[in-house]
Ligand binder design. Structure first.
Ligand SMILES: [Fe+2]
Ligand SMILES: [Fe+2]
Length: 275
């Protein structure tokens, strides 16, 4: 039998997506779908792994033994998320072993503001190039980035690629636990007059970095993702949902919401994913 023409495939896929159907096999994918899906999943996988590696020193540097276990658990979760995502990518034909050998997921930058630049050719979201230098950074990473990732990943949880949705189910629950860890510590550090100021300083640093991960409003790429069912909201809609939640938490904890001005040059056209 002759191979199905690209056009027929495209029509079938569009019909399926219009009905809210899910893609489950490579055979159903058009080249466009496969390319964008691979890219988005690669961004998530690389971010999960770089995130895990950034946390590693805090297993030993945490404030107490209870936290050592907590951080080790978070590292294990992130490595698991990366592994699950890379396994899906293997199924899409990516040579993950080769890719893993070629990239340095431990790489970090010294600059305090790299805008949206990627400093290496892995696909991590650029916030994962910043080092976590203090326990306040660690907590604010949980508070801001895990929360931002949660908002962003909500779309993947209901996306058109079934194996990704299934994987996201477990990942999402674990990310919620990381965020809860951030919230508990944020409450604790904000209530203490001795730690409140330093916590606010860390928030002022990580909040704008997180606001920059969502990508530009009305981005053409986001429109393609939405057409393919790989996203369901505009970048700015996701960012506003995140900002609203942070504002609520800040008023609860007596923290000031840091200033953030949308600077086009500081935003990627496409958003990242996770934490
Ligand atoms: Fe994760
Ligand atoms: Fe996380």
């Amino acid at each position: 039998m002759a191979t199905e023409s690209a056009r027929v495939k495209e029509e079938k896929l569009a019909e399926k997506l219009a009905k809210g159907g899910k893609v489950e096999t490579l055979e159903e994918m058009t080249d466009e779908y496969r390319e964008h899906l691979t890219h988005l999943m690669m961004m998530q996988a690389d971010s999960e792994l770089a995130g895990a590696f950034g946390y590693v020193p805090w297993i030993a540097k945490s404030p107490d033994i209870k936290e050592t276990l907590q951080v080790a658990q978070i590292v294990k979760d992130e490595v698991r998320h990366a592994r699950v995502m890379y396994r899906l990518l293997e199924g899409m034909g990516v040579d993950v072993d080769e890719y893993y050998k070629k990239h340095n997921f431990n790489l970090r930058v010294e600059s305090s503001d790299i805008g949206t630049e990627r400093v290496a050719d892995d696909k991590r979201v650029n916030i994962f190039y910043y080092p976590i230098e203090t326990w306040y950074d660690f907590i604010m990473f949980n508070f801001c980035m895990d929360r931002g990732a949660g908002h962003q990943l909500e779309d993947s949880l209901h996306c058109s690629y079934k194996p990704w949705c299934d994987a996201m189910d477990g990942i999402f629950k674990e990310e919620a636990m990381h965020m809860a860890h951030g919230d508990q510590w944020t409450k604790k550090l904000s209530e203490n007059a001795k730690t409140h100021g330093e916590l606010q300083t860390a928030l002022d640093k990580w909040y704008p970095r997180t606001m920059n991960i969502f990508g530009r409003a009305n981005s053409p790429k986001n429109k393609i993702y939405r057409k393919l069912g790989l996203k369901s909201r505009d970048n700015d809609e996701v960012r506003q949902a995140f900002a609203k939640e942070v504002a609520q938490k800040c008023s609860e904890f007596g923290l000031g919401v840091p200033k953030w001005t949308p600077e086009e040059k500081k935003m990627t056209e496409e958003p990242f994913i996770p934490g």
